[in-house]
Design a protein around this ligand. Sequence first.
Ligand code: COA
Length: 171
Amino acid sequence: VTLAISIRAARHDELDDIDRITVDADQRFTAAGHPELADGETMPRTVAERAVAEGRILVAELDGTPVGWVYLGRIGDEPCIGHLAVAQRHGLRGIGSALVRAAIALSRARGAGSIVLSTQRDVAFNEPFFARHGFVAIAPRDWSPAQHAVAAAQASAGLDVATRAFMRRAL
Ligand SMILES: CC(C)(COP(=O)(O)OP(=O)(O)OC[C@H]1O[C@@H](n2cnc3c(N)ncnc32)[C@H](O)[C@@H]1OP(=O)(O)O)[C@@H](O)C(=O)NCCC(=O)NCCS
C-alpha cells in the first residue's frame, strides 16, 4: 500500500491537533500495562510553541491532516526524541518509524553526534521498537548527570524508573 504521507515541520496552528493525537496515541499504554502513561497529559503550550518556532516538532501529514508527530528536545547537551505519537487508527503502518527516521535526520543535519531518548523497557512499541531503529540502552552507571535528573523527575512524577530505559543512537 502506498500512503500519501509527508513529514514536515509543524505549524503553530496545529498544536490542538498535536494534543489530540497525543491523548489518543497514549491510550495504547493502558493495554500495555502502563495506565499511568495514558493520563491525558500533553506538552505544555509554551514548550510546544518554542519548539515549533525552532523547527523541532515534525508532523506526519496524511491527506492534509496531521496524524502523528515527533518532538526534538534536549537532555543535557544531547538532542532527544522527547515525544513521539501516532493516532491509533493510523498505527502499525510505518508512520512512527518514518517520524523516528526524520528526527534522526534532522538531528544529524543540525550537527549532533548522537541522539537519546527515555522510554519503557517493557512495552513492545517502545524499547524493542527503538532498538530496531539503532538505539542502544545506556547502563545506569553510564547515565549523565542530566539523565539522572530526568530519572529523578520521572520518579517524583510517579513513574516506575525500574521499567524505564535511556537509549542512545550514534548519528
Ligand atoms: C510508538 C508509536 C509512535 C509507533 O507508531 P506506529 O506508526 O505504529 O509505528 P510503526 O508502524 O512504524 O511501528 C510500530 C512498531 O511497534 C510494534 N508493536 C508491537 N506491539 C504493538 C502494539 N501493541 N501497538 C503498537 N505497536 C506495536 C509493531 O510491531 C511495529 O514494529 P516494527 O518495527 O516491527 O514495524 C505509537 O505506538 C504511539 O504513538 N505510541 C504511544 C506513544 C509512545 O509510545 N511514544 C514513544 C514513547 S518513548
